[in-house]
Design a protein around this ligand. Structure first.
Ligand SMILES: [Zn+2]
Length: 400
């Protein structure tokens, strides 16, 4: 971690931080990381602003008197379209507003509108795993207590957040579903599984996700938000953070499997749980590869959350979507294998605060299914089947 303290009113307060951990990239086209979130926390003595960036990136900051602003430019980055463009931090009158925008096609700019009359100083630094840029702003007149000597450790977004009964209550109250997060697996530097001569999982999942979003928007009043809309890398942790911040009602992660045995085929849908099946654990380990957590660590965390009602609701969602998807495809294609709804220790299902499922929509290791998955019509039918499942689930809640 590196830190610098901003000194107000210096003439050229531009500082560039070089990150030893920044990966060397040899391509001519700059590999863009993604700014996927901006958060702010009001502490009694300061306000912390956190900019979540998909991978270590250089950044530059500056301050201006007129307009009264601090700007932080993240180099070789683009803005994930799901991030709000403006945020008004709660409880800090000395920060009026945060704005996020593309400064140019390869630089994202965070602008902090500050009331300089009330700001004493600020710090800009970065933290790792996941990479994020932190701006702490200290007011001249802290709301309460003495000025903090050192800021407490940042609350790192935690994956395990037992919802404590919220969803069975939602069901009992007949609360509906409004916003659905669709999570196309993998992306950018992470291709997922692939057939060496054929399609990559990351491209198939994005296409199915975009098709599902289009159906949801055309045929329902549900709103759909994608965790990525292009071929970019988004860390697993970030995907559920986004879902939680958008207060989404359902989280649907879309993947395609590859298996050692070429003969294996079919579709399956997972909810978070332990699994006695080595093949499921093997699959989960593969899908979890972009997080640093091992299956062993996962087990401990999963233990804490499997009993809560969110997981029970996730199982319902998995069963409903899996059966709708399999029966929709069976109406149009011969020999569709329904592998069922199952528990599995998938990292991407752990962090969300809403019912969450992961669909494995076929196998890139099976010649038959490769052929089908390469067809846009088949992918449209997968999206259609998932949509039918979502509708059936909402009906089961007594809504829609
Ligand atoms: Zn995958």
């Amino acid at each position: 971690m590196s830190g610098r303290t901003g000194r107000l009113w210096t003439i050229f307060p531009v500082l560039i931080l070089s990150l030893a951990a920044a990966p060397a990239e040899k391509t001519d086209v700059p590999v863009l990381s993604e700014v996927y979130n901006v958060r702010s926390y009001a502490h009694p003595n300061y306000t912390r602003i956190v900019l979540d960036v998909g991978a270590p990136r250089e950044y530059v900051w500056n301050e201006t008197l007129t307009p009264p602003e601090i700007t932080v430019d993240v180099i070789r980055a683009r803005l994930n379209p799901i991030v709000p463009e403006t945020v008004t931090p709660a409880g800090a009158g000395y920060i009026r507003r945060l704005r996020l925008a593309a400064k140019n096609p390869t630089t994202v700019r965070l602008t902090i509108e500050a009331d300089w009359d009330r700001v004493r100083r600020y710090d800009v630094f970065n933290l790792f795993d996941p990479f994020r840029i932190v701006i702490d702003i200290y007011p001249k007149d802290p709301a309460a207590g003495p000025a903090a000597a050192a800021p407490p450790a940042e609350k790192i977004p935690k994956p395990a957040q037992p919802a404590g009964g919220g969803y069975s209550l939602a069901r009992q109250l007949g609360l509906g579903v409004r916003t659905i997060i669709i999570d196309p697996g993998h992306g950018g530097s992470d291709p997922g599984c692939l057939d060496p001569a054929g399609p990559k999982e990351k491209d198939l999942t994005l296409d199915i996700a975009l098709k599902l979003k289009a159906i949801l928007e055309a045929e329902s009043d549900l709103s759909a938000v994608l965790t990525r809309e292009t071929d970019i890398f988004v860390p697993l942790e970030a995907r559920t953070i986004v879902a939680n911040q958008r207060k989404a009602d359902l989280f649907i992660s879309i993947h395609v499997n590859a298996y050692r045995l070429k003969a294996r085929q079919g579709l399956e849908t997972f909810f978070l749980n332990f699994s006695p099946d080595p093949a499921v654990n093997e699959l989960a380990a593969k899908e979890n590869a972009t997080t640093t957590k091992t299956i062993g660590e996962m087990d401990k965390i999963v233990k804490k959350v499997v009993q809560n009602s969110r997981i029970i609701e996730s199982r319902e969602l998995a069963r409903t979507v899996q059966s709708a998807l399999a029966s929709h495809l069976s109406r149009h294609y011969a020999g569709v294998k329904d592998l069922g709804a199952k528990g599995g220790p998938f990292w991407v299902l752990l962090g969300s605060e809403m019912p969450a499922i992961l669909i494995e929509a076929g196998h890139l290791s099976n010649p038959e299914e490769i052929k089908r998955l390469q067809s846009a019509v088949y992918r449209q039918n997968i999206a259609r089947g998932i949509f039918e499942g979502i509708k059936a689930y909402i009906r089961s809640l007594g809504k829609g």
